[in-house]
Design a protein around this ligand. Structure first.
Ligand code: SF4
Length: 328
């Protein structure tokens, strides 16, 4: 059976169940790289310039770790999901970057996704992807339907059952799903992209640490998409970047809903995130009710410093809640 590799990085956490359903319907075996490790980061970092953001380094490292396990590597270029808003340059050029820096990568399946260009172009791109495995357009069409159904089911698990992406993926795959519903003393909302929040090597097991300190952790995926959309538009006036709602939309939503604290999680050197995090920081300060802390990560982030900051933040919001109750 033909094998297609999917690196466990960047938009893996957004779309993996959808891609898996698509390829499997076409009779392809899907192989996913393992969790990020020090070796993966070191391998990825050795192929790109030092200024590259950590998630892109992780992506290259994950591609390297999969290279001898599959016949094709699936690397979509997700350019734009909405009119007048684009992804950052790393996403736009992802297949080309991998071709340039990972010459041992198997042939790349590199579909362009640019929704504003219309359905016709999107379907043509999907057909070009599917015809690697079948000449039957009806089969590709059916694979798309199956994939969309899997995607809707995935999102539903996050909105309705409040699962995080790794838990939802485990549940869809019938694995024992580790659902930790900590009845935390305080509610802490995390803002950031899934590749920042759910890669436990990159963020030093941030969610587990917060839960161990008594937090019930809320994330952007737990907010319905229309709410994210409205809040992002309310705060920024228009969309600037694809996926920015994971920061600005979720930030606006949790500021309005009320939580005991908000933590922004950002890869060091990320241009789009630094602007959006700054916006949320100012909005939190303007409203003066919800404490906000920004954590930025790179491959040199020291665990001890992170733990100290988390403990101090948690102590402060617990004290605040006991003294004044929840601010909303
Ligand atoms: S949005 Fe930021 S962190 Fe994500 S790939 Fe682009 S530069 Fe890197």
């Amino acid at each position: 059976m033909v094998k297609v590799g999917i690196p466990r990085a960047l938009v893996y956490y957004e779309y993996y169940p959808m891609w898996k359903a698509f390829f499997e319907y076409l009779g392809v075996e899907v192989v996913v790289s393992g969790p990020t490790t020090q070796e993966v980061v070191a391998a990825g970092s050795s192929r790109v310039v030092a200024e590259t953001c950590l998630p892109a380094k992780v992506f290259c490292g994950q591609v390297l770790s999969l290279s001898n396990q599959c016949d094709y590597m699936f690397i979509p270029s997700i350019r734009s999901l909405q009119e007048d808003s684009y992804n950052c340059s790393k996403f736009l050029g992802l297949p080309d970057m991998v071709k340039a820096v990972v010459p041992e990568c198997p042939p790349i399946l590199d579909i362009d996704i640019e929704i504003p260009r219309g359905k016709k172009e999107l379907y043509l791109n999907i057909w070009n992807l599917g015809r690697h495995f079948t000449w039957n357009p009806l089969k590709v069409r059916r694979a798309v339907e199956v994939a969309l159904k899997a995607y809707r089911n995935y999102r539903r698990l996050m909105w309705e059952e409040k699962l995080m992406p790794p838990q939802a993926i485990d549940k869809l795959e019938g694995k024992a799903c580790e659902v930790r519903r900590a009845e935390g003393e305080v509610e802490v909302a995390l803002l950031g992209h899934p590749y920042s929040l759910y890669d436990e090597y990159v963020n030093h097991r941030l969610i587990r640490r917060l839960e161990a300190l008594g937090a019930r952790v809320l994330t952007p995926e737990m907010v319905p998409e229309d709410e994210l959309e409205q809040q992002a538009l309310r705060l920024t006036g228009r969309h600037y970047w694809t996926y920015e709602h994971e920061v600005s939309g979720a930030g606006g939503y949790y500021l309005e809903r009320g939580v005991d604290g908000i933590i922004g999680v950002m890869p060091f050197g990320c241009g789009p995130d630094s602007l959006m995090m700054d916006l949320i920081k100012h909005e939190a300060r303007r409203r003066g009710k919800v404490p906000f802390m920004l954590l930025s990560f790179d491959e040199h982030t020291a665990e001890a410093g992170l733990i100290t900051r988390l403990e101090a933040f948690m102590d402060m919001i617990k004290f605040r809640k006991r003294a004044w109750g929840r601010a909303a």
